[in-house]
Design a protein around this ligand. Structure first.
Ligand SMILES: [Zn+2]
Length: 56
């Protein structure tokens, strides 16, 4: 009964229905973070900002 881990996103006490998170919002945050890492190539990350199309 001592196995209460804090929310992996905000470190608040996790709710049983949302474990290992404290809320659906934190679960979504972690999911989105995980998904974005899956879809992103970890090398040669361009800086933030919209670049104009190459054809001038
Ligand atoms: Zn949380």
């Amino acid at each position: 009964m001592v196995d209460e881990r804090p929310c992996a996103v905000c470190n608040r006490p996790a709710k049983p229905e949302y474990r290992p998170f404290c809320s659906k919002r934190c679960a979504d945050v972690d999911l989105n973070r995980w998904l974005s890492e899956q879809y992103r190539i970890p090398t040669e990350e361009p800086p933030d900002g919209e670049e104009p199309p190459p054809d001038a």
